[in-house]
Ligand binder design. Structure first.
Ligand code: HEM
Ligand code: HEM
Ligand SMILES: Nc1nc2c(c(=O)[nH]1)N[C@H]1C(S)=C(S)[C@@H](COP(=O)(O)O)O[C@H]1N2
Ligand SMILES: [Mo]
Length: 354
């Protein structure tokens, strides 16, 4: 008779190795997303360094994981379908390789093969990795134990962390010594493209937005119960900001942007009756939009020029937002409306959906 086949999961089959992989993958996934959220401050450099270390640290566990996989393959009984596990392996390799390629600067990153940058493959790969990881871990749950907090376990975890950090420091050193393009990328990991030369700056859309056919002749400003249409020609008021546009696609450019400060524009409409809290919605003619805290208005610029030249259609003509210290997806192009709202700025999707 064919009763149930007893599942004989070896209780100690590389449990620590698996937990180490899990920790590194979760740290890599978390810091990857966080890196795009924290803007371009010094904090992002730390987040990105931890990210690189966690990703590279996976390599340290390859010898041990190989043992786990071999042992699992040798077992005949109770073996589960390895498709997800193998797919996971392939995609982790792809993700790590494209991450390193981006850091080294070999593939561009812009324009890269077929218009797809290594970093785009990296992020897409990572999303699939995290999905497959759930499947893989679900079928092979590794329960924590009291001894995981023992001195010995903590020492091992510390050794893994130190090894990962050393790999990252070593790889950065190698980039410097070899003079690889990645040696002077920003703390965010972005490579310089078109500083002081807007025409050399990539034209980038977040997901699927397209350069609009028609240009708005006016900008709608909505605040304090009033709605005013400001002619675009009135937006060049001599306000200047030098700021870095840092795209999550892995490039950055520093430009002299010209236009009008957002707080000044709003003051035109409501005088000094701007609310204390609140936010401002910056909306593109395409529907793309971001909500920012109103208290930042003095640091935000509605720009009509870069490097002294009017914006090109691709770069947001006639008017775009310049949001110093924030990643590129905040820099709304083709702005058609700015509106003061009561809702807090964080009441929106953390990343644009369009
Ligand atoms: C880099 C990430 C990982 C890769 C590429 C990977 C890949 C694999 C492969 C190919 C196998 C053999 C096929 C199978 O048993 O399904 C396996 C076995 C196993 N994996 Fe992973 N794995 C990873 C991470 C993890 C994590 C994070 C855990 C749990 C926390 C885990 C738990 C296990 C267990 C318990 C087995 C043995 C199952 C058995 O003996 O039947 N793995 N892994
Ligand atoms: C399982 C998930 C992930 C793994 C294993 C991973 C791994 C890596 C590795 C190994 C590098 C190269 C580090 C170096 O050579 O210094 C890297 C770089 C990078 N990753 Fe990831 N990553 C993951 C997820 C993500 C996600 C979800 C994002 C963004 C949403 C992301 C964004 C980046 C960026 C921007 C870089 C470039 C950093 C730099 O140039 O120093 N990664 N990643
Ligand atoms: N309307 C609109 N504005 C947008 C985007 C978009 O897709 N639609 N992409 C943002 C992103 S992700 C970046 S990096 C910058 C790119 O600006 P650039 O094309 O001038 O280089 O615009 C931002 N503003
Ligand atoms: Mo971007």
């Amino acid at each position: 008779m064919t009763g149930r086949v007893p599942l004989r999961l070896p209780r100690r089959a590389g449990r620590r190795t698996n937990l180490g992989l899990l920790a590194l993958l979760l740290v890599a996934g978390g810091t990857g997303v966080l890196a795009y959220g924290v803007g371009t401050s010094g904090a992002s450099a730390v987040v990105v360094a931890v990210h690189g270390a966690a990703g590279l640290g996976l390599l340290l566990l390859v010898p041990w994981k190989t043992v786990v996989v071999r042992r699992s393959r040798r077992r005949q009984i109770g073996r589960r379908d390895p498709t997800a596990a193998v797919g996971l392996g392939v995609l982790v390799v792809l993700t790590v390789v494209t991450g390193v390629l981006h850091a080294v600067g070999v593939t561009g990153p812009w324009p890269a093969v077929g218009g797809v940058a290594a970093l785009q493959v990296h992020v897409a790969g990572a999303i699939i990795v995290l999905a497959l990881l759930v499947i893989h871990v679900w079928g092979a749950r590794q329960r924590p134990r009291a001894t995981d907090l023992s001195r010995r376990s903590l020492l091992r975890a510390g050794a893994l962390g130190a090894g990962a950090a050393a790999l990252w420091v070593g790889s950065e050193g190698l980039l410097r010594v070899t003079g690889a393009p990645g040696a002077d990328r920003r703390g965010t990991g972005s490579h310089e493209r078109g500083t002081d030369d807007p025409s050399a700056m990539p034209v980038t859309q977040w997901i699927g937005d397209t350069v609009p056919e028609e240009r708005a002749g006016t900008l709608a400003v909505v605040a304090g119960g009033r709605r005013v249409r400001v002619p675009v020609a009135d937006l060049d008021r001599g306000d200047r900001v030098r700021a870095v546009l840092d795209c999550t696609g892995g490039w950055y450019a520093e430009q002299d942007w010209g236009g009008v400060r957002l707080d000044r524009l709003l003051a035109d409409v409501v005088g000094d009756r701007l609310p204390e809290g609140g936010s401002v919605d910056v909306v593109s003619v395409t529907g793309f939009r971001r909500r920012l805290p109103l208290r930042d208005a003095g640091a935000l610029l509605l720009a009509v020029s870069a490097a002294g030249e009017p914006l090109s259609p691709g770069h947001g003509a006639p008017v775009r937002l310049v949001a110093p210290g924030r990643r590129g997806f905040w820099w709304v192009k083709w702005v058609s409306r700015v509106e003061v709202v009561d809702a807090p700025w964080w009441l929106q999707s953390p990343f644009p959906l369009q």
